[in-house]
Design a protein around this ligand. Structure first.
Ligand code: AVJ
Length: 324
């Protein structure tokens, strides 16, 4: 380990360095998606969400502006209190519609947003109780499952929100492991609401991940910049090109950075060799059909209850209960 990293007070770059190096020394090369979201990555992802081609956020927001009543009907069981846990709460753009409806109906719940970002949790703790008077909130800053472990078994019913099609960032087998693990922190009677981007016209999907303005390309390239900034790497961004493909059969939308030349890149103490046209697999955004969503529910110990769909039927927030 080079001293720049060893001297760093936070352990985060050390982990980043280890993960980046592990990914770049396996074949095929790949990098963990969680590192996309530094300050610049957050900014670019905001821009992606504003791209005309990127439909995902709009579809789910439509569900949350128009169908929180249906959600609430499934969530509320008389006056029985519950914890409303949100995995990766972000700025709560969608869930605040549900929160305000639950408050308007005098529902007895505590909102527990979980986020890996400290500043996100601080922001929610300071702003949400002002925006939503009467909201009881306990922010949880950390890893999803560490935080779930803290709140599991407190005897209160759980409703877990997992929005934004974040589950799409996992291949199906990993998504199933994720759901099985999620199930292990829950009890019969608990419920999850989980967002899936659906299979649709392949052209629309590809366009969403290969936008005209090249913002998605910059989002991917930013991870190379981030390694340059944080890990002393020397990626030449002009030597890598974004490529994205959607396979309508498997539902996998995958993005890659293609090395335009045979080249060597320094990262920390190591040199990584790239062949011409060798790729780094950057991201998967897995698409499902409704039957596959139900299958995933059943195979991970849940009972599928309802698919909430947007008017175009491009996205679903699925309601699942824990199997009795
Ligand atoms: C945040 C995982 C839902 O896969 O649609 C968007 C991330 N990457 N464009 C997605 C993303 C490129 C996004 N998720």
């Amino acid at each position: 380990m080079i001293s720049m990293l060893a001297d760093n007070k936070t352990t985060y770059p050390k982990q980043f360095y280890a993960d980046a190096l592990a990914g770049l020394t396996t074949y095929p090369k790949q990098l963990p998606v969680k590192y996309f979201y530094d300050a610049e990555g957050d900014r670019l992802f905001q821009q992606i969400m504003n791209c005309p081609e990127y439909y995902v956020t709009d579809c789910e927001l439509e569900i949350f502006t128009q169908q929180t009543g249906v959600m609430a009907d499934h969530i509320i069981r008389g006056g029985e209190p519950f914890d409303l846990i949100e995995l990766g709460a972000g700025d709560c753009t969608k869930s605040r519609h549900l929160l305000s409806l639950l408050l308007a109906t005098d529902t007895n719940f505590i909102y527990k947003p979980i986020d890996i970002s400290t500043s996100t949790i601080q922001f929610l703790e300071t702003t949400l109780p002002i925006d939503l008077p009467g909201l009881r909130l306990i922010g949880m800053n950390g890893d999803y499952f560490d935080m779930l472990a803290q709140t599991a078994g407190n005897g209160t019913r759980k409703v877990v929100l997992c929005l934004g099609a974040n589950i799409g960032n996992m291949p199906v087998a990993e998504a199933q492991d994720f759901c099985i693990k999620l199930r292990s922190y829950l009890s019969p009677g608990d419920m999850v609401i989980i967002g899936f981007d659906l299979k649709k016209d392949p052209h629309l999907i590809r366009a969403a991940y290969d936008d005209e303005q090249g913002i998605t390309a910059r989002f991917n390239l930013n991870l190379l910049s981030r390694m340059n900034r944080d890990l002393g790497a020397d990626f030449d961004l002009g030597q890598f090109k974004h490529y994205c493909i959607y396979d309508p059969a498997s539902g996998a939308c995958k993005s890659y950075l293609i090395s335009l030349e045979k080249q060597r890149v320094k990262i920390g103490d190591e040199i990584i060799a790239f062949q011409k046209n060798e790729y780094i697999w950057m991201e998967i955004s897995q698409k499902y059909d409704l039957a596959e969503v139900d299958e995933l529910a059943v195979s991970s110990g849940f009972t599928p209850v309802k698919h909430l769909l947007d008017s175009k039927e491009w996205f679903t927030d699925a309601i699942w209960t824990v199997k009795q």
